[in-house]
Design a protein around this ligand. Structure first.
Ligand SMILES: [Zn+2]
Length: 238
């Protein structure tokens, strides 16, 4: 586990596979994504690293129903019942009612998809979903957080936007390359819808963008997203 303060109140936590974020308001914490199954101890350690007990977790917000984001939601919820928030279109995957569909693997995605598939990530342990999210919902953290429905990566993908500190959590719709370049995320259900979602987020006033994978962009992220969205060339489907 490695924790990095990106700006006051905002922490990036790298877990065994992938990453997640903590937002701190005084003595309570919002967890944005939960990593794969088994990331609970790392999340607890990260919260303790802020000088708080894991019981300080007030809510769990899942950006989409993939196993490297929802994988430890059940475990974190089991500690003291912190409510799990998921968009209604991905809720069935997270509840374990329906297996999430495989993405449409593009030529661009194929080599990485082979590597990831070989890892055999554990499926998401089913969790109760306490709050079904929709476009425009407001969450009480970070001075007021707005839920954006941004389908494409999955049908129920969301972004969470904090207009006060100008922070955006994008889930996997946007990411960065190892070189730090902003890019459209990989392993998607519907790239046309996703590209529209990318443009929608790029139009926001964003200082700090927190991606599901890859380094966050801490300052002037709106500009970086607009440039990436403008130069994105549609990838050819296999
Ligand atoms: Zn994903």
């Amino acid at each position: 586990m490695e924790i990095t303060e990106l700006r006051p109140s905002l922490y990036l936590v790298r877990v065994g596979f992938g990453q997640l974020y903590l937002w701190r308001d005084a003595d309570v914490v919002t967890v944005i994504d939960t990593g794969i199954d088994g990331s609970g101890p790392a999340i607890a350690e990260a919260v303790r690293g802020l000088g708080l007990a894991p019981s300080a977790i007030e809510r769990i917000v899942i950006t989409h129903g993939h196993e490297d984001h929802a994988g430890s939601a059940a475990e974190v919820r089991s500690w003291h019942g912190a409510p799990v928030h998921v968009h209604e279109a991905d809720a069935a995957f997270v509840r374990g009612e329906v297996r999430r569909p495989d993405p449409v693997v593009t030529e661009f995605d194929a080599p990485l998809w082979e590597q990831i598939s070989a890892l055999g990530l554990a499926p998401t342990p089913p969790t109760t979903v306490d709050v079904l999210l929709h476009e425009g919902d407001e969450l009480d953290f970070g001075g007021g957080a707005t839920v954006l429905s941004i389908p494409g990566h999955t049908p129920g993908s969301i972004a969470v936007y904090l207009p006060g500190p100008k922070v955006l959590f994008t889930g996997d719709t946007i990411g960065t390359t190892p070189a730090g370049e902003v890019m459209l995320g990989v392993f998607n259900q519907d790239e046309d819808a996703q590209l529209e979602s990318f443009h929608r987020m790029a139009a926001l006033d964003v200082a700090t963008a927190c991606f599901g994978h890859g380094e966050p962009v801490v300052t002037d992220a709106g500009r970086a997203m607009r440039e990436a969205a403008a130069s994105h060339r549609k990838r050819r489907l296999v």
